[in-house]
Design a protein around this ligand. Structure first.
Ligand code: AMP
Length: 187
């Protein structure tokens, strides 16, 4: 089963993606985590991505699509994956459709995690205090929300038109949201 966790920064898609990965026994790929690890290790990918990430901007599509292509080629991805933080643009959405088709696979569900904007900001500022992520500064948070609205939110209608979108209420406790996620994938 191939599942996309779609939602604005701070929506909890990472937390829910990790829980779903355990319960559905599917590997989770978070492009944000892959990029942060590359930045920490100072790899060529990390050096290229850092500037975009610190400003709250998207890393170029071709870099990200190359990365996902590598992940899908891994043996553990054969039974499907949970994608968290990817796709974030229409070009990326088109690319994943093609990549899956080329492997004789399909996109089963896109879970759109819905959270009001004031709560998103509150959650991200809380995370900044706890984890010290370099892109959780007030300026970068605003920038990431703007980038989300402009470049990623159109994917809600993109996937809805393709009949794979399920909206999930992302407010409440982690357990409440996890129960809605299970329902949304029909389990
Ligand atoms: P995240 O942890 O998913 O919020 O991602 C953190 C940052 O990594 C984003 O603000 C982007 O700079 C970059 N990033 C992660 N995933 C993508 C993607 N699919 N496309 C472009 N940039 C990405």
């Amino acid at each position: 089963m191939n599942i996309i966790m779609l939602g604005p920064p701070g929506s909890g898609k990472g937390t829910q993606g990790a829980l779903l990965s355990e319960s559905a026994k599917l590997p989770r790929v978070s492009t944000g985590d892959v990029l942060r690890s590359a930045v920490e290790r100072g790899t060529p990918l990390g050096l290229e991505a850092k500037g975009y990430m610190d400003q709250g901007l998207l890393v170029p599509d071709e870099v990200i699509v190359g990365l996902i292509e590598e992940v899908l080629a891994l043996p553990e991805a054969r039974g499907g994956v949970i994608m968290d933080g990817f796709p974030r643009t229409v070009a990326q959405a088109e690319a994943i459709g093609e990549l899956l088709e080329a492997r004789g696979s399909v996109l089963d569900r896109v879970l759109s995690i819905e959270v009001p904007e004031d709560e998103l900001v509150r959650r991200m500022l809380g995370r900044a205090a706890r984890e010290g992520r370099s892109d959780d500064t007030p300026d970068a948070i605003q920038q990431r929300l703007e980038v989300y609205r402009e470049q990623t939110e159109p994917l809600v209608s993109y996937f809805s038109e393709r009949g794979v979108l399920v909206e999930v209420d992302g407010t409440g406790t982690v357990e409440e949201i996890a129960a809605r996620v299970q329902e949304a994938i029909g389990q």
